[in-house]
Design a protein around this ligand. Structure first.
Ligand SMILES: [Zn+2]
Length: 298
């Protein structure tokens, strides 16, 4: 009996211990679970806080980005403004230069002279220079030309020579009094009416400018008459515009008698335009001609 009693007691003790163990374990787990849950909440709170911080940082970054973009576009605008301003200044400088150049350019050089519009009798070109004797049909008689036209004439004469032309100059600058004398001679020979038709009402002024020449050829023994039958005339018709010269009074013109020998310097731009469009200087409006004055010697 005693053994059985003892066994029962031991059994109760074991059961008791088991129950106590279970109770303790339950208690302990609940405690752990509480700690875990608290930790989780803390972590969640921290995550939320962290997310909020990230969001705020992103907001800031976006603000800074858009501010940067705004500043960049402002900068571009300012740079554009500066560029525009610089261009305006450049334009203004160019305009002043052009005006200065124009004010220094003799506006008579591209005027049309007619039976009603003459060059002033006191007009003298700004600067004249002697033409090299080798270009003259009468080398003993000094001839002069507008100083700034001379380089163009020299090129023309040299090119003609290269092309085996016997082109010479009969007449260049003539002063008002020389022209008057010449006209008086014609009057004696041909009478007033005859002289007026072929000697220089317009030609009068054009030779006085110093930019105009009468050419001749060896093949007509350097006479003006018949110049249009020579290869030199043909050469001038094909090439003179490249050196800025045009025929003032072509065949059939309404302004004056036909003068195949009489060529006037109008600048290469205008001469080339006239050649290309097959037009005559005297057929253009004066206002259209005037646009070429600024660059006549360029
Ligand atoms: Zn002439």
């Amino acid at each position: 009996m005693t053994n059985k009693h003892n066994t029962t007691t031991v059994l109760y003790i074991i059961i008791g211990l088991c129950v106590a163990g279970l109770l303790y374990t339950g208690f302990s787990w609940s405690k752990t679970s509480k700690i875990l849950s608290e930790t989780l909440s803390e972590l969640q709170a921290k995550t939320t806080e962290f997310e909020a911080k990230i969001f705020a940082l992103e907001e800031n970054l976006n603000l800074e980005k858009s501010e940067k973009e705004r500043l960049q576009s402002e900068l571009i605008k300012e740079q554009q403004k500066n560029e525009d301003f610089e261009n305006q200044i450049d334009d203004a400088i160019d305009e002043v230069k052009d005006l200065k150049k124009l004010s220094e350019t003799d506006e008579e050089l591209l005027q049309k002279y007619s039976k009603v519009y003459f060059l002033n009798e006191h007009y003298i070109p700004k600067s004249l220079t002697d033409i090299d004797k080798k270009y003259l049909s009468q080398p003993t008689v000094k001839k002069q030309i507008h100083k700034e036209v001379y380089p163009f004439l020299k090129e023309l004469m040299e090119e003609a020579l290269d092309d085996k032309m016997t082109l010479k100059i009969n007449s260049a600058f003539r002063s008002f009094s020389e022209q008057t004398d010449l006209k008086a001679t014609y009057k004696v020979t041909y009478g007033t009416t005859g002289a007026n038709t072929f000697s220089a009402d317009q030609g009068f002024s054009e030779h006085q400018l110093g930019t105009t020449l009468d050419f001749s050829s060896q093949s007509t023994n350097y006479a003006l008459e018949g110049f249009d039958t020579t290869k030199e005339f043909e050469w001038l018709q094909e090439n003179a515009h490249r050196y800025g010269f045009v025929l003032s009074y072509p065949k059939g013109n309404k302004y004056y008698v036909y003068e195949p020998w009489h060529w006037r310097f109008v600048g290469t731009d205008l001469a080339k335009k006239l050649h290309k469009e097959n037009k005559n200087f005297y057929d253009l409006e004066q206002r259209d001609i005037d646009k070429y004055l600024l660059e006549i010697f360029d």
